[in-house]
Design a protein around this ligand. Sequence first.
Ligand code: DQA
Length: 145
Amino acid sequence: MKRILVIHGPNLNLLGKREVDIYGKVTIDEINRDLKKMAKAKRAALTIIQSDHEGEIVGAIGKAKGRYDAILINPAAYTHTSVAIRDAISAAGIPVVEVHLSNIYAREDFRRTSLIAPVAKGQVSGFGKASYLLGLEAAITLIKK
Ligand code: DQA
């Protein structure tokens, strides 16, 4: 069975209450429930974490090799700032899929740059909860090849 680590970055625990005009009413629990449902159907095992702390995310990525076959990550605000998370992904040696609920290219200028995208296998941005599900499908497709 393939193993995938799902990482939700800072403030994503607030989904459903936070800027609902941008992120919608979906909660992190609903996203996780649907991810688990899809993983079960595709016979993949998920471990899901949420962290507001850059160092914790770097640590989780650093320990992923050998434990997981791929990482699905919404780095949230760290997308635009974190050289540390980018370097951790570069060093990880397993495929990483980047996802965003909102279309980061249709928002403020500072969100249009992802430091993560160049070291990710690919990115899904702009489809709300479906970004995660499409990202999971992409990750499973990649590692089953
Ligand atoms: C986000 C987009 C980021 O710019 C923002 O900081 C987030 C969420 C998204 O999923 O659309 O926290 O990653």
